[in-house]
Design a protein around this ligand. Structure first.
Ligand code: ADP
Ligand code: MG
Length: 374
């Protein structure tokens, strides 16, 4: 159905997301438990009529004007604008109408920190442009479309989790997302006297794209080997743990062990969260971190210091890295009475061993992408 084109300036918002548990298993057909945040990126949409789009961001100096008749491919010189340009190019390929406009992005979401600012800007751009002519945008389609842009245009072989959480988030709920069947259940997050604390390493990530793609290839190799004995196996997350004994390469075997064990931890987490058993959930967070550090090898000195220092503090129920890893953020589940103590201890230990100042943010769970005001 076509909504009438309006000439009014509008404002849209897409949240970042935090993944509570279920790391690096979305691209292995697993279950994941992300939540949309109350921080994110907003876009002011100013209609124009010159067959052009002007892209501006308050957090980047590059301003880009593109002609909608042109064809686009990834270009490093286009820096951050590759994300919205990728969305525009792929929308054009699918014959969607793209309105002329000027867009100004503003953000209170750290970039490159594992909170999915890339998914936020993708989903925001697609939702905003399509909203000018379409009502009732299908949010599962929107997530898949934006994932495809990140996979093909940006060349990061991420799974569906980030875009799905940004598109479908719901205040005070996590999403139990089944990545094999693309369906979700909401899991209410009631923390009582506890808080979820984000701990940002403030370490610029490097090599993220190549490492991500490397892990994905390793998982594909693990699946290929297990399928030699279990040809019906749909994805790595459905494998039974003892099947990995057929994998002779130790590295590939460790990758598979993380994937299978993490999927089990997500199921247990949902069970205990539904019974408000935060202590067991905390222990599952700790186990997830250990697995990401030892078996999947995507943590790193900085994340380990944050997580392991937090875990030692009485009143911290659990902590783990979140997001792709190699820097970025960790989360801790903390009794509110020890938050200040935890912040002081962790930041001092972290600064003394890395020379970097970390930062903290108490997580609040918000809604998915939306129109803010007209
Ligand atoms: P993450 O998704 O974990 O934040 P990525 O490296 O995948 O990290 O994506 C970060 C990139 O997304 C930034 O380097 C920038 O190019 C783009 N980006 C994110 N937020 C904004 C913003 N507000 N304005 C412009 N570009 C942004
Ligand atoms: Mg990203």
């Amino acid at each position: 159905m076509c909504a009438e084109m309006s000439k009014a300036v509008k404002k849209y918002f897409a949240p970042g997301r935090v993944n509570l548990i279920g790391e690096h298993i979305d691209y292995n057909g697993g279950l994941v438990l992300p939540a949309a945040l109350n921080i994110g990126i907003s876009a002011t949409y100013i209609p124009q009529s010159d067959n052009k789009i002007v892209l501006r961001s308050a957090t980047h100096s590059l301003v880009k004007e593109i002609n909608l008749s042109d064809t686009f491919s990834f270009n490093p010189q286009n820096d951050w604008t590759n994300y919205p340009i990728g969305i525009i190019e792929h929308l054009k390929r699918e014959n969607h109408y793209i309105p002329s406009c000027e867009v100004i992005f503003e953000s209170n979401l750290p970039e490159g920190s594992g909170l999915s600012s890339s998914a936020a800007i993708e989903v925001l751009t697609a939702f905003m442009l399509l909203s000018q002519t379409e009502s009732n945008i299908n949010r599962t389609w929107l997530a898949e479309f934006c994932q495809q842009v990140e996979n093909e245009f940006i060349d990061v072989k991420c799974g569906i989790m980030d875009q799905y959480a940004v598109a479908n988030g719901k205040k005070d709920n996590a999403l139990l997302l089944d990545c094999a069947y693309l369906k979700h259940d909401f899991v209410p997050i009631e923390l009582g006297d506890c808080r979820l604390l984000l701990m940002n390493t403030n370490k610029p990530r490097s090599l993220i794209r190549s490492r991500y793609n490397e892990r994905k290839a390793e998982c594909e190799e693990a699946l290929r080997i297990i399928r030699n004995v279990k040809p019906q196996l749909k994805n790595l997350c459905e494998a039974e743990m003892h099947w990995i004994e057929t994998i002779t390469d130790e590295v590939i075997r460790k990758r598979a062990r993380h994937v299978i064990s993490e999927n089990i931890r997500v199921k247990e987490s949902v069970k205990v969260l539904r019974h408000n058993d935060l202590h067991t959930f905390g222990r599952l967070l700790n186990a997830s971190h250990q697995s990401l550090k030892e078996d999947y090898e995507v943590s790193g000195t900085e994340l380990d210091i944050l997580v392991e220092t937090a875990q030692e503090i009485k009143g911290c129920l659990g902590a783990r890295m979140t997001g792709a890893g190699f820097g970025g953020c960790a989360i801790a589940l903390v009794h509110h009475s020890v938050i200040e103590k935890l912040k002081n201890n962790v930041s001092e230990t972290y600064f003394n061993s890395t020379g970097i100042t970390c930062s903290f943010h108490t997580v609040e769970i918000g809604d998915g992408v939306r129109l803010l005001s007209e």
